[in-house]
Write a protein that binds this ligand. Structure first.
Ligand code: FES
Length: 142
């Protein structure tokens, strides 16, 4: 192989690798199917002891999304998706305030309904359907 052919071949190879480096993340993004995975999960079961006493909560996965189950001080249990409507941080239950709080920018949500009550969140949290049975909590899409 002469020098010219070798340089030609090397340039084509490097260009091809460069193109794959650009195309790979784009193809992965387009085929991630994140929205489809969320739609496939319609119900999950949580153990009864996931929220053992009033004032406790637990973050869990609902499909690909974080969700939260809360047992409020009055014993009422609620489940909501836990993605903040502002910029997508995962929210958590603040037992002292009895509210759902976002640590990123101080957003606050009602712990029962998920209504946005203060801070920057522009929309409420999405509530999940919760059914309490003898063998656990059944959490599903509304
Ligand atoms: S991401 Fe939650 S308040 Fe900004």
């Amino acid at each position: 192989m002469d020098r010219r052919k070798w340089i030609d071949w090397a340039i084509k190879g490097i260009t091809g690798l460069y193109g794959m480096a650009i195309a790979y993340p784009l193809v992965r993004f387009l085929h991630s199917g994140e929205g489809e995975a969320e739609e496939k999960v319609t119900q999950i079961k949580l153990e009864k002891n996931v929220v053992p006493e009033p004032g406790t909560s637990k973050i869990f996965k609902f499909g690909s999304k974080p969700a939260i189950i809360i047992k409020r001080p009055d014993g009422a249990v609620h489940a909501l998706l836990a993605t903040c409507s502002h910029l997508g941080c995962t929210v958590d239950y603040d037992k002292k305030e009895d509210k759902i709080a976002c640590a990123c920018h101080g957003g606050r949500y009602d712990a029962s309904t998920g209504a946005n009550i203060s801070g920057p969140p522009p929309a409420p949290l999405k509530p999940l359907k919760l059914e309490e049975k003898d063998d656990g909590y059944y959490v599903g899409v509304v």
